[in-house]
Design a protein around this ligand. Structure first.
Ligand code: NAD
Length: 516
């Protein structure tokens, strides 16, 4: 009792002067705090290492935000030992008490929401509103999973046989390695970590090097919540040094990964091998990439469609797993849609995320800039460039916003996840053909349809086979509970984050039968 039903964290409202004014203040505050050395956090203690890695502002790579200590084999061993010790106590802490730690951590994150947003604006180049939404999503995950654990933690009587009492309950699996991407650096990290923690599994958390300082925000939030030592361990490190070691370690019980298909498949393969001394199968949750399409039907509302396609394709520079990277347009409306799309793309303002006037900013890191740059060359070879915004700042990790047409459904631009501001436009002569093109990749994460035809929308419900489908709405911005999120095919294994099945993956069910 006493816990109100789950509600999504309110969105930022820039018409409220205090909310607008809070950002420059928080950015200045974070900037003043930046520049130091960030330790690991193992067994409740800060651990400094010889090896450190700098993290910088992608809009100005000369601005160093921190030197982040790097876990090697020895530190991973220490973290696994600390987590193993914590597990013996944490697994028997009641679901209510575990949920309370999440409620406290959510409160801590709410109190620091602007500061947490500012770290994202500076470390990964996320726009103000999107950074704030990322933090809000992280808070939502904690609030939602805490309530889910209360639901699943209630004892459950099975069957009605007289003279027999059957009791089903869940126990945690053990030590969880949480390996996260840089693109939703707070939300996805704290979502995976808090799900593991609330179900009773201590966490070894490896953030992406590109967002390692934001990763430290989790340490701050969990410390403020008073989480017992060893339940959460912050272990950034070079994946070439400790990635396989962590995944293959016999004491790891589960790996909770979000990232690229390539790394996700490697982790599944390594984790499938039972190591000497290992007495369990490792569970792998792997949320991977997408190649998402939006279909524009011949009767679509173009005012809506153009706006939403642009936001889905170029919001946060197209660096979302849910981003629209293919737009499939029905023949009769093709010229009209493309003309308006091109005009709108040429109007977008590009520059540092720190300035809220800019719609699009830099990519999160120089390595990504190089990789997306290569895809832009491929786009030139495979299709006709409709938009190439090379009026971008010379300094920083920018790439030209690119729209390419006349690509075939089997071209690399139409098949491979680019993860940047590159949108492919394709033509279809019927709605059926559009669906076929949309479904014709290895991925099945998100998709969208703009149409006024009830018949076509119904057809899309059934035949547009993706994890999250949006009808007359863009393909990004899923909310916890309302749009529980995740895909299938090579977009990943695991049930939807922010949904009612998610926590079950972190536990093993037991049944005790008593003859009475
Ligand atoms: P990535 O696969 O390069 O890295 C993800 C994490 O894995 C990082 O922490 C990285 O250091 C680590 N890693 C790399 N090699 C490893 C190894 N051998 N062993 C253990 N860990 C290793 O992905 P990224 O560039 O950080 O993120 C972008 C990708 O994530 C895109 O493909 C995007 O679609 C995907 N993504 C998917 C979802 C989803 O919900 N399905 C959400 C966000 C991002």
């Amino acid at each position: 009792g006493g816990i109100p039903p789950f509600r999504n964290d309110p969105m930022i409202d820039f018409t409220i002067p205090e909310q607008r004014a809070a950002f420059p203040r928080a950015i200045a505050e974070v900037r003043a705090a930046a520049g130091g050395t960030v330790p690991l956090f193992i067994g409740g203690k800060e651990v400094f290492t010889q090896d450190t890695m700098p993290t910088t502002n992608p809009a100005d790579p000369d601005e160093k935000l921190a030197d982040v200590c790097q876990a090697g084999i020895a530190e991973i061993d220490a973290a696994i030992e600390a987590a193993g010790r914590a597990f013996l106590i944490w697994r028997d802490v009641s679901p209510e008490d575990r949920a309370n730690y999440l409620f406290k951590a959510a409160d801590a994150a709410r109190r620091s929401a602007y500061r947490l947003s500012a770290w994202q604006i500076l470390e990964v180049g996320k726009q103000w509103d999107q950074a704030y939404h990322d933090v809000g999503e992280g808070i939502d995950f904690m609030e939602y999973y805490a309530r889910e654990m209360l639901r699943l933690g209630r004892p459950r009587r099975m069957g009605r046989a007289p003279g027999e009492h059957n009791h089903l309950f869940y126990q945690p699996k053990g030590i969880a390695a949480v390996i996260s991407p840089w693109n939703f650096p707070f939300a996805i990290s704290i979502g995976m970590a808090s799900a593991a923690i609330v179900t009773g599994n201590p966490v070894i958390y490896k953030p992406s090097g590109i967002a390692a300082r934001i990763g430290y925000n989790l340490t701050e939030v969990f410390r403020e919540a008073g989480l017992p030592d060893g339940v959460f361990n912050y272990c950034p490190g070079r994946s070439s040094v400790m990635g396989d070691y962590l995944v293959e370690h016999p004491a790891i019980n589960m790996i909770c990964f979000t990232g690229s298909m390539e790394v996700g498949l490697r982790i599944q393969e390594k984790a499938a091998v039972v190591q000497p001394g290992q007495h369990h199968c490792k569970r792998v949750i792997a949320e991977m990439g997408g190649k998402n399409a939006i279909i524009i039907d011949d009767d679509a509302d173009l005012d809506e469609a153009v706006l939403q396609v642009i936001y889905s394709a170029f919001g946060f520079q197209g660096q979302k797993c849910s981003a629209c990277s293919r737009v499939i347009v029905l023949d009769p409306i093709y010229d009209r849609f493309v003309k308006r799309l091109v005009e709108a793309c040429n109007d977008l303002k590009i520059g540092p995320a720190e300035d809220p006037a800019n719609y699009m900013g830099p990519l999160a890191d120089a390595s990504l800039q190089k990789n997306v740059g290569r895809y832009i060359e491929i786009a030139r070879e495979e299709g006709t460039i409709l938009v190439s915004r090379d009026d971008i700042p010379a300094r920083g990790c920018y790439v030209p916003l690119t729209v390419v047409a006349d690509i075939t459904p089997d071209s690399r631009i139409a098949q491979e996840e680019i993860f940047g501001p590159v949108l492919g436009v394709m033509r279809a002569s019927t709605f059926e053909e559009a669906l076929e093109i949309a479904n014709g990749t290895r991925f099945a994460l998100t998709g969208g349809v703009f149409s006024r035809s009830p018949e076509h929308l119904e057809k899309a419900r059934k035949e547009f086979r993706v994890g999250n489908l949006y009808l007359n709405k863009g393909s990004t911005g899923a909310l916890v509970e309302r749009q529980a999120f995740g895909g299938f095919k090579l977009s990943g294994v695991g049930s939807k984050t922010g949904g009612p099945d998610y926590l079950l993956q972190f536990m093993d069910p037991r049944v005790v039968t008593e003859n009475t």
